[in-house]
Ligand binder design. Structure first.
Ligand code: CTP
Ligand code: MG
Length: 258
């Protein structure tokens, strides 16, 4: 790991004071329905360690992150708190645990509500993306420090995408209505990084259901920018993703051995 990959804070809305600090909110309150029956997704083991612990460590790996707020399954806050107590984190990193809500959006809002003063940059990171490399985290923070109100890691798409008229019955043929130009599309990941005041305003203002936080900032009329994402920042969603995540961990262990 590099010593300090981040330049000193520059004067911008998120870091006007040189004391600008970064917190990460980790929504981990989902059930993981698409992964199949079992414990809540964030608590399932990867390489013997709960997915959530990998995600917390991925945020704490950035020297800029000094607080991690974990949004636990609604009745799982005590369990998550003891998990965090039992797993080593860097000394410079504090953590808080709060219970989550019905939707991801609600869970992120509950995490934001628990954020103490003094953190001007906020990352929102899915517990379901346990393997994001620290360089991606740092690139997001750096772009917020450089003045962007909202930053998302993004990758070009491998598949061509079709817009369809959804069928009433799943599995029935669906008419294709358009094929967007793939070169204009990106798949976005987390951590997404924000000027804190902007993200709080977005969560207070936008009432539509959304699947990421940056789209709420777009709805405020502000510009969201991308930085390069990473293939290891994929979201563990379906059973095959667990196989891939185990393989990535095994490869890392092998590489660390040399
Ligand atoms: N999440 C959350 N609160 C919710 C729903 C989701 O904090 N009420 C979190 C999940 O724990 C996950 C992230 O949001 O870290 C991304 O959501 P997703 O991958 O959809 O996870 P789940 O909702 O758990 O999975 P599924 O949709 O298959 O049930
Ligand atoms: Mg979900």
């Amino acid at each position: 790991m590099s010593d300090d990959p981040l330049p000193p804070p520059s004067p911008n809305p998120a870091s006007g004071r040189t004391t600008a600090r970064t917190a990460a909110v980790i929504p981990a309150a989902g059930r993981g329905v698409r992964l199949g029956p079992g414990a809540p997704k964030a608590l399932r083991a990867l390489g013997g360690t709960p997915m959530l612990i990998h995600a917390v460590r991925a945020m704490a790996a950035s020297r800029a992150v000094s607080l991690v707020v974990v949004v636990a399954p609604p009745d799982g806050a005590p369990e998550v708190k003891s998990l965090l107590d039992a797993h080593a984190l860097p000394d410079r990193t504090d953590f808080l645990v709060v219970p989550g809500g019905e939707s991801r959006q609600e869970s992120v809002k509950l995490g934001l509500d628990a954020l103490p003063p003094g953190y001007d940059i906020v990352l929102v990171h899915d517990a379901a993306r346990p393997l994001v490399p620290v360089d991606t985290v740092d690139a997001v923070i750096e772009a917020v420090r450089d003045g962007a109100p909202a930053v998302v890691p993004a990758l070009p798409l491998a598949d061509t995408v079709k817009q369809v008229e959804p069928a009433d019955v799943p599995g029935e043929p669906e008419p294709v209505v358009a094929t967007p130009d793939r070169s204009l599309l990106r798949a976005v990941q987390t951590p997404q990084g924000f000027d804190r005041a902007t993200l709080v305003r977005a969560h207070e203002t936008v009432e539509d259901d959304v699947t990421d936080d940056a789209s709420m900032v777009e709805q405020l009329g502000l510009t969201v920018v991308t930085v390069p994402g990473h293939e290891e920042a994929f979201k563990v969603t379906r059973p095959l993703d667990m196989v891939l995540a185990e393989a990535v961990l095994a490869r890392r262990r092998l590489n660390d051995g040399f």
